[in-house]
Design a binder for this molecule. Structure first.
Ligand code: FMN
Length: 348
């Protein structure tokens, strides 16, 4: 079967992310460490990872960040991720659902996640679409996206770094705030605003607080670089100009820990914040929770296991959960919220 343009793009994104090194130059979680507690006075078995997020009970504070859907092989990837999300009772997002809205035969690459008992399913669409669609079409399309995966929340992805590097990118940012506001005011599920590797600043988080969104996923710099992915895509298409742009902007963005501190400062104490970007294991997750995140998003670290098998995906998530538990035990924290009182050492 011949792939349409969106399908080939989705396929290329995943293939490049698997085959090339698309990480930003530096992972800023390496600069942070948690203060060791040599006398934790709790038992590891009493460490409780359960978390409530957007009214849903999760067994541990992890979100499988939205990555894929929209080309045939994505179905198996989403299926393996969904099986793991069910087993570990975690939140899970899918990648941009635009392809599923446009092409009927691609819907099952997303809606396969409906077959699993996942406590919090998150739909996904790029922010530029809100401007291109306008208010009424946005409401109608997002309602279809919600139906497609039985979404409990929808993420609007601020991916302007990618849009500006991508040779076919749609860098329509004028009117996005208005689009977000209108959607959040008129849809009856929570709206999450997410970045995808360039981070959210204090100022942007403050502006988002003027809308009725329910959570921010700050998606900072330190993990997957979309400039890097688009660099390799442009090379694949013999496009020297965009390949060069991808290289120039490879490390563009706000480091995830810094973005987390800025967002936490900008929003109310109880406003839900997801930290993502460069989370490689449960110890990175513990650092993010100690810096004030309510939940931690993981994308690239789960991509390879999810392309291999359900067993590999389960192994990886089990490792994340066990590492987080170990870090909590070693800092004397018996529940997730208590991590906020642990001293974080680093440049903060
Ligand atoms: C192959 C791939 C595809 C992605 N597609 C999407 C997408 O469609 N929508 C989105 O909001 N984010 C997408 N992301 C971004 C992730 O959700 C996440 O924000 C980003 O990768 C940073 O996390 P990481 O460093 O753990 O990979 C994608 C990431 C990867 C690796």
């Amino acid at each position: 079967m011949i792939m349409n343009k969106i399908e080939s793009r989705k396929d290329e994104h995943v293939r490049i992310a698997l085959e090339k090194d698309v990480s930003s130059k530096y992972n800023y979680w390496d600069d942070m460490s948690l203060s060791h507690n040599a006398l934790p006075e709790i038992n590891k078995s009493s460490v409780d990872l359960t978390t409530e997020f957007l009214g849903k009970e999760l067994k541990s504070p992890f979100l499988i960040s939205g990555m894929t859907g929209g080309y045939s092989k994505a179905k198996k990837i989403n299926e393996n991720l969904a099986a793991a999300a069910e087993t570990y009772q975690l939140a899970m997002g899918v990648g941009s659902q635009r392809a599923g809205l446009k092409t009927e035969r691609l819907k099952d690459t997303y809606n396969v996640v409906k077959e699993y008992d996942i406590p919090l399913r998150v739909g996904n669409i790029g922010a530029s679409q809100l401007v291109l669609w306008g208010h009424e079409e946005t409401l109608s399309f997002v309602t279809k996206m919600v139906d497609m995966i039985d979404a409990d929340a929808v993420a609007i992805c601020l991916n302007f770094l990618q849009e500006v590097i991508q040779f076919e990118g749609e860098a329509h940012a004028k009117g996005v705030m208005d689009g977000i506001q209108h959607l959040a005011d008129n849809i009856d599920i929570p709206v999450i605003v997410k970045e995808s590797g360039a981070g959210i600043s204090f100022d942007v988080a403050k502006r988002l607080m003027d809308t009725s969104i329910a959570a921010i996923d700050l998606g900072g710099l330190g993990g997957t670089s979309f400039a890097a992915i688009e660099h390799y895509r442009a090379k694949l298409h013999f496009d020297r100009l965009h390949a060069r742009g991808g290289k120039t902007f490879w490390n563009w963005g706000i480091p995830t820990p810094q973005s987390l501190i800025e967002v936490r400062d900008a929003v109310d104490e109880n406003f839900p914040v997801i930290a993502s970007g460069g989370i490689r294991h449960g110890l990175d997750a513990a650092k993010a929770l100690a810096l004030g995140a309510n939940m931690v998003g993981v994308a690239h670290a789960l991509l390879k296991p999810a392309t291999k098998s359900e067993k590999e995906t389960l192994f990886e998530i089990d490792a994340f959960v066990k590492e987080l538990r170990a870090a909590m035990f070693l800092t004397g924290c018996d529940h997730v919220d208590s991590l906020k009182f642990v001293e974080v050492n680093g440049w903060i």
